[in-house]
Design a protein around this ligand. Structure first.
Ligand SMILES: *Cc1c(COP(=O)(O)O)cnc(C)c1O
Length: 235
């Protein structure tokens, strides 16, 4: 794990994470501002998110609906702020997710796409969606199979209340993530060819331990938890 001493403050850790992203952007000749930091805030109290927001973090990713809704209620005074759902999506939760989030990174089947579009409230902007891909075909992990991706993407762009933005992946804990990150980048390029008017611009990949590798491979959103908030008890 990345060193994150309890004695470090959130401000110090945020500074380190921002510097890591900036260094990687420079080293791998990515465009300035092309990588967004998303704070993966599962298990963190609303007060910690509030501190991060005061320090300029705008994007927060949550994994569990009820935990997220409680924090959203506590933080409703903060603006601008974007809520991203990044955990496994159960189909009986789509109505609440469609109403309470700006983005969903973890959509992996047609039924979820249809429900999220149908249930996105009319007064809100279209829900921003990434398709999660299970590149290593891990049995217990969310994400569609590579072979399903083109069909799912086609469906996603046809639905009125969704905007398909790109792809998301979580590589296996062991092993070099770089080949998988490169593969996701190639898959996004293919989809952009197949759906040239869709405006696909997002690769949601990279976490505390591998964000530099992800930036090297084209990531546009890194989802960082422990390097920002410190080690968490609950995952
Ligand atoms: C927890 C989580 C992260 C952040 O992981 P860290 O290793 O703590 O940075 C990123 N993405 C998802 C989907 C997560 O659940």
């Amino acid at each position: 794990m990345t060193a994150a001493n309890d004695s470090d403050t959130l401000a110090q850790r945020l500074e380190v994470v921002r510097r890591r992203i900036a260094n990687a952007v420079q080293q791998y000749q990515r465009a300035p501002q092309s990588v967004t930091l998303l704070a993966a805030s599962k298990g963190q109290p609303a007060a910690a998110l509030r501190v991060a927001h005061h320090l300029g973090v705008i994007d927060f990713g949550e994994n569990y609906l009820s935990e997220a809704l409680a924090k959203q209620a506590e933080l409703s005074d903060l603006s601008p702020l974007r809520w991203h759902f990044i955990g496994p999506v159960q189909s009986n939760k789509t109505r609440d997710i469609a109403a309470a989030f700006d983005w969903v990174h973890s959509v992996d089947r047609a039924k979820l796409l249809r429900r999220l579009s149908e249930q996105r409230p009319a007064g809100l902007a279209p829900l921003q969606v990434c398709l999660q891909v299970n590149l290593a075909s891990e049995a217990q992990k969310s994400g569609c199979d590579i072979t399903e991706l083109a069909q799912l993407a086609k469906l996603a762009v046809s639905l009125p209340r969704l905007t398909l933005r790109g792809l998301m992946t979580i590589p296996p804990q062991q092993g070099d993530p770089a080949p998988l990150f490169r593969q996701l980048d190639e898959m996004l390029a293919q989809l952009r060819n197949q759906l040239p008017t869709a405006g696909l611009d997002t690769l949601s990949m990279g976490m505390s331990d591998d964000l530099e590798t992800a930036v090297a491979c084209g990531s546009t959103i890194v989802r960082v938890g422990s390097a920002l908030f410190g080690p968490r008890l609950k995952t």
